[in-house]
Ligand binder design. Structure first.
Ligand code: NAG
Ligand code: NAG
Ligand code: NAG
Ligand code: NAG
Ligand code: NAG
Ligand code: NAG
Length: 239
């Protein structure tokens, strides 16, 4: 199973891949829900959350569709007591509000494991593991009964959707999971750090410094993404 990884080998790869092909290196919802046996117990934190959210339990997941047209998505994930030693790829659960990873012999959580988990608002971790994005990314961090509880994801942008100090000029900042923010070019701006105004042929204007990175991303955008505004992700710790 991918999430039971040998961390070292994959971390560098994941850091690079996560930035560019978020779509291709992921566990699907189904895989995440069946990462280990058993189903969510009604008495557990995620079980209670699921009950009060009128969700449906499937394996280790609580699923719900918000409107009849929406596909069901994961709102809670309970991977407690799953013998996980390493967590790096739970992207199938990126819509979750609550994730429980308690009672696992976790030694390492990938820095980007929860990138894009915008709704994540409650995490339970083994006591020895820090909250993703560190304490500063959460409203409240508490140790209770030998577990670490991370509550209330902080918005890393000053004001969502506004021009922000965190993002390059001409770009808008949006939350992108605990400790992360995402910058997308404001309307009419494009290119590296959104410095160009209007449409332009991408490859001709990228500076040599950024060329290798940018070429890869352009190729991947061309093959993997619908053509839309260009985006950057950042971590509060990296700045
Ligand atoms: C976790 O993984 C990172 C990156 O590979 C590594 O630097 C760090 O030493 C690891 N920590 C532990 C406790 O294994
Ligand atoms: C689950 O827990 C809720 C609230 O504690 C309770 O009302 C409900 O009957 C329980 N459901 C089952 C199937 O035990
Ligand atoms: C979820 O979607 C199914 C169809 O896929 C629908 O029958 C069901 O009523 C929906 N549930 C909610 C809560 O909207
Ligand atoms: C974890 O699972 C084992 C066996 O499946 C069980 O005996 C143990 O009580 C569980 N521990 C917790 C804290 O739920
Ligand atoms: C985070 O908060 C917890 C609980 O308040 C505290 O025990 C821990 O030392 C803090 N960690 C850091 C890195 O500040
Ligand atoms: C927004 O960011 C600036 C610069 O980092 C800071 O001075 C200001 O206090 C922040 N505003 C809010 C509401 O956090």
């Amino acid at each position: 199973m991918k999430a039971l990884c040998s961390c070292m080998r994959f971390v560098a790869l994941v850091l690079i891949l996560n930035l560019f092909f978020q779509a291709s290196y992921q566990l699907t919802e189904l895989q995440v829900c069946n990462l280990c046996g058993g189903i969510i117990l009604n008495s557990s934190a995620v079980g209670q959350f699921c009950f009060f959210s009128a969700g449906r339990i499937d394996g280790r997941c609580c699923l719900r569709n918000d409107t009849t047209n929406d596909p069901e998505h994961i709102i809670g994930l309970d991977l407690s007591n799953c013998s996980l030693t390493c967590v790096q790829d739970l992207q199938g659960a990126s819509t979750a509000f609550m994730i429980d990873l308690s009672f696992n012999p976790i030694v390492n959580i990938s820095d980007t494991a929860f990138q894009g988990f915008n709704k994540l608002n409650y995490m339970i971790l083994p006591q020895n593991i820090d909250c993703p994005g560190s304490n500063t990314s959460w409203e409240k961090v508490e140790i209770k009964k030998g577990n670490r509880h991370c509550e209330g994801q902080r918005n890393m942008c000053n004001e969502t959707g506004q021009l922000s100090m965190n993002c390059p000029e001409n770009s808008l900042c949006a939350p992108f999971g605990p400790g992360f923010f995402e910058c997308s070019c404001a309307e009419n701006f494009r290119g590296y750090k959104c410095l160009r105004e209007g449409e332009f042929p991408a490859l001709q204007v990228f500076g040599p410094l950024a060329a290798s990175t940018v070429v890869i991303s352009v190729l991947l955008w061309a093959t993997q993404r619908p053509p839309q505004g260009q985006r950057y992700t950042g971590s509060s710790r990296a700045l």
